[in-house]
Design a protein around this ligand. Structure first.
Ligand code: H2U
Length: 351
C-alpha cells in the first residue's frame, strides 16, 4: 500500500515552533458521542447599558467610557502585568529560577456597537482597527520587548464580553512562543540567507494545496503544520518585520482579506466563529537596535470548532501528554474554507 497523506497517519514538522503534529485523517470517520457546546449567543443588543465596554457606560471601577464613535483604547482595569513591580531575588538553584516580569495590558474596542463583529464592519472601519494596531505596536514597542496584540472571540475561547474588542499585553520579556520563533527563524535565515516565512509563502503559492484566499499583498492559508482543525495563518507576500511597516495599500488589502476570511469563518458553521488570533512580528524594545531581518510578520488564527458550531476540538489526553494531534488534514480544511461564500450569512438577504 502506498502512502496517502489524506488517509494515513503521519507526523508533520512545524519549522516555526520546532515541533511536530500527528495527523490522523482516517479518524475523521469516527462517530462523535462527546461533549456538545452551547451555541454562541447570537442576539446581542447594539448597546447594553450594563456592558462596561459600550460607549458612555461606567465601568465597575467607576471610570466612564467616552461616547466613542470608532475604536476605543484603554488600560485594562484588571491587568495581568504591572508597569512597576518589585524585582524578585535571584536564586542560585537551577531548579527554582525566577525573573522579573513588567508590562502593561490594554483593551481596544473595535466599534461602538456590540452587535457588529469584524467581518461585518466596513473596510474603512477594519482599516481603522489596523492603523490602531500599528500605532499601539509603535507606542508600547518603544518601552517593551514584546507587544502581543490578540483577540479572543466567543465564550468558548474564554472571551468575557461579546462587545467586539481585542487585548494588548506588552511585556519587558520575550514570551515563550516568540522566543522559539525568534530562534527558529534566525537559524533558518543564517542557513538560507532568506526569511523562513517568505520562502514558505512562495512555496505554498506554487503548491496551491493549502491556500484559502490571496490578494495582491496577502496570503491566507492553512499551514502545513496546523494543529487546530481550522487553524490558519495570514502572511504578507513581501518581507515585513512589524505591523507598523505595512504600507497604506498593504493596510487596505489587509482590511479586504480580513473581512473575507472572517466572513468565511462565520459561514463555515453559520455562527459567529470563535477563535484566538494574534499578530507575531519582530520583537520591539531593545530588539529594535538588533538585526531582526529573519522575522516575517504574520497573524495566526486558532479556532477550536471541529465538526459544527457545538462540537469543539479538545487539546487534552495525548495532546497534553505526548504530541498535538489532528484528524482533518490541513488540505481538507483549506478546501472547505476556500469553497465557502464571501458574503456573510447574516447579510445574504441584503444582496
Ligand atoms: P476578553 O478579551 O477575554 O473578553 O477580556 C476582556 C478584557 O477586558 C479583560 O482582560 C477587561 C478584562 O480585564 N475589562 C476591563 O478592563 N474593564 C472592565 O470594566 C471590563 C473588562
Amino acid at each position: 500500500m502506498s502512502f496517502d497523506s489524506q488517509d494515513h497517519p503521519h507526523l508533520r514538522y512545524n519549522p516555526l515552533k520546532d515541533d511536530w503534529v500527528l495527523v490522523c485523517p482516517h479518524r475523521m470517520k469516527r462517530p462523535w458521542a462527546g461533549h456538545v457546546e452551547k451555541p454562541e449567543e447570537e442576539d446581542i443588543p447594539s448597546h447594553d447599558p450594563k456592558n462596561p465596554l459600550c460607549p458612555g457606560n461606567t465601568r465597575p471601577n467607576g471610570k466612564v467610557n467616552p461616547d466613542y464613535e470608532s475604536t476605543f483604547l484603554f488600560t485594562n482595569d484588571f491587568p495581568a502585568l504591572l508597569e512597576e513591580a518589585p524585582v524578585p531575588d535571584q536564586s542560585e538553584d537551577e531548579l527554582f529560577q525566577c525573573k522579573e516580569a513588567k508590562g502593561t495590558c490594554q483593551v481596544m474596542c473595535f466599534h461602538p456597537r456590540s452587535d457588529i463583529t469584524l467581518p461585518r464592519m466596513t473596510l474603512d472601519e477594519i482599516r481603522t482597527v489596523i492603523d490602531k494596531w500599528a500605532e499601539i505596536n509603535v507606542d508600547l514597542g518603544k518601552k517593551y520587548s514584546w507587544v502581543q496584540l490578540f483577540e479572543n472571540r466567543g465564550a468558548i475561547m474564554g472571551c468575557s464580553n461579546p462587545h467586539p474588542h481585542c487585548q494588548i499585553w506588552a511585556s519587558s520579556f520575550l514570551p515563550n512562543e516568540p522566543t522559539v520563533k525568534h530562534r527558529t527563524q534566525r537559524e533558518y535565515y543564517i542557513k538560507h540567507k532568506s526569511p523562513m516565512l517568505v520562502d514558505y509563502v512562495k512555496k505554498e503559492l506554487n503548491k496551491k494545496e493549502r491556500l484559502v484566499l490571496e490578494n495582491e499583498d496577502w496570503v491566507w492559508l492553512v499551514p502545513y503544520w496546523a494543529v487546530w482543525p481550522y487553524e490558519t495563518m495570514l502572511v504578507p507576500k513581501t518581507h515585513i518585520l512589524r505591523i507598523e511597516d505595512l504600507t497604506d495599500s498593504q493596510r487596505n488589502s489587509l482590511a479586504d482579506i480580513m473581512k473575507k476570511l472572517l466572513t468565511k469563518y462565520d459561514n463555515l458553521f453559520q455562527v459567529s466563529f470563535p477563535y484566538s488570533m494574534g499578530w507575531h512580528g519582530a520583537p520591539t524594545g531593545s530588539y529594535m537596535e538588533e538585526d531582526c531581518n529573519h522575522w516575517q510578520l504574520h497573524a495566526v488564527y486558532y479556532p477550536p470548532l471541529l465538526r459544527s458550531a457545538t462540537v469543539r476540538k479538545f487539546m487534552v489526553g495525548y495532546e497534553m501528554l505526548a504530541t498535538q494531534q489532528r484528524d482533518l488534514t490541513p488540505e481538507q480544511a483549506a478546501e472547505k474554507l476556500k469553497n465557502l461564500p464571501e458574503i456573510h450569512y447574516k447579510d445574504e438577504n441584503k444582496q
